[in-house]
Design a protein around this ligand. Structure first.
Ligand code: 5GP
Length: 185
């Protein structure tokens, strides 16, 4: 809590510390290294929320992987899913025959990834798996198999470590519950 004092003041509480995140990301990297041994997976970062997680995770995976970046609209500046999913930035390269890992910051209703998995399947990937830092299973509105998840969290709006509210708080090193007074102003 030594840095970003102004931002930390907007949190109700810290949910996952930077130390817990680092440990979980390291362990996930080791698991993916084993599970994808002998393969050259392509990891897709879902912008912008997964960017911090993504850049930490790829450095914990000891494989000849490649990276792609995709941008999808889901939240705008509100804290409820609109259900509207649009691809704002698509992949740069073909993924035919590739083992794909979609890297997300958080699975909430599951609608974004449910849609995205369908899109990627039509592009003839060899496999498509979902990797998420956070999961809110209680909020699921569609059936979605999450292959790798670091933390299950309760139904609360969280920010930090890449996750935003109105584009802010992404630079917090820890993950915290945003105080409702911030979005009920
Ligand atoms: P879903 O389609 O699963 O409902 O929503 C996934 C997206 O919603 C995430 O990628 C993220 O952008 C946003 N989201 C869901 N819950 C939270 C949350 O607690 N905090 C933040 N900052 N974004 C969230």
């Amino acid at each position: 809590m030594d840095t970003n004092a102004a931002l930390y003041g907007d949190l109700e509480r810290i949910l996952v510390t930077r130390e817990e995140i680092a440990k979980a990301v390291r362990e996930l990297g080791q698991k993916l290294t084993k599970d994808y041994a002998g393969k050259e997976p392509v990891l897709i970062c879902i912008l912008k929320g997964a960017s911090v997680f993504f850049t930490d995770l790829i450095r914990e995976i000891d494989l000849p992987l490649t990276t792609e970046f995709m941008s999808i609209s889901s939240y705008g500046s509100s804290t409820k899913s609109s259900g509207v999913v649009r691809i704002l930035k698509d992949l740069d390269r073909d993924i035919t025959g590739r083992d794909v890992l979609v890297v997300e910051d958080i699975v909430d209703s599951g609608m974004t990834l449910h849609y995205l998995k369908d899109v990627l399947r039509t592009r003839n990937a060899a496999s498509v798996s979902i990797v998420t830092l956070l999961d809110k299973p209680a909020r699921r509105r569609v059936e979605l198999h999450v292959d790798y998840s670091c933390f299950n969290i309760p139904d609360a709006f969280v920010v930090g470590y890449g996750l935003d509210y109105d584009e802010k708080y992404r630079n917090l090193p820890d993950i915290g519950v945003l105080h409702p007074r911030i979005y009920t102003k």
